[in-house]
Design a protein around this ligand. Structure first.
Ligand code: FE2
Ligand code: FE2
Length: 190
């Protein structure tokens, strides 16, 4: 039976059958018989997500170091905290690629073009906050779309992205609040 066309599935699969399949599929790691998605395509998508997260780690780290001026200490701390959380996302996504049988692409060559977000070139605190807010909004939109795309075909990848999305929404909110605090007015409402 072709695994791609084995539909509809029974609600529960016999335990013995599951064990046999697991033994047979041991070489393919976490990618089991019931995987409904296109593994190659999933890995390709996750490589882009990985690049996006790496760029976010780099941008926030640079901002945390470069942020100077009166009342920048709180902002620096916030940037540093976000850098740490983006690094957590980076690791999660890399682990998932590995589980699916791919090789996480950490190659710095072409990183910026693989990523959905930009590294940026802000020269002052307010511009840094704006750049981060824009990058977070791009990530939120992108991940929402991917969550819909994976749906029930790949609940493992979907739930990972849902967890990451919640943090990115918080990040966007944090950047928005910082912008209001430092510029006195909101930007990009809605
Ligand atoms: Fe992230
Ligand atoms: Fe983020």
């Amino acid at each position: 039976m072709d695994k791609q066309t084995a539909q509809p599935k029974p609600f529960l699969t016999d335990v013995k059958e599951l064990r046999e399949r697991a033994r047979k599929n041991i070489a393919s790691g976490g990618v089991t018989y019931t995987y409904q998605g296109d593994v190659k395509k999933t890995i390709e998508i996750l490589q882009a997500v990985l690049a996006t997260e790496i760029v976010c780690v780099l941008r926030y780290t640079m901002h945390a170091v470069a942020a100077t001026g009166i009342s920048s200490e709180g902002v620096k701390a916030e940037f540093a905290q976000h850098a740490k959380e983006e690094q957590g996302h980076m690791n999660e996504v890399a682990e998932r690629i590995n589980q699916l049988g791919g090789r996480p692409d950490f190659n710095p060559t072409g990183l910026a073009t693989r990523a959905a977000s930009e590294y940026g070139n802000a020269g002052n605190l307010v511009d840094m906050i704006k750049e981060n807010l824009i990058a977070e909004r791009i990530a939120v939109d992108h991940y929402r779309e991917l969550i819909r795309y994976f749906g029930d075909d790949d609940p493992g990848t979907r739930t990972m992205l849902e967890g990451i999305l919640r943090v990115e929404e918080e990040h966007a909110n944090d950047m928005h609040d910082l912008l209001v605090a430092h510029e006195g007015r909101p930007m990009l409402r809605g």
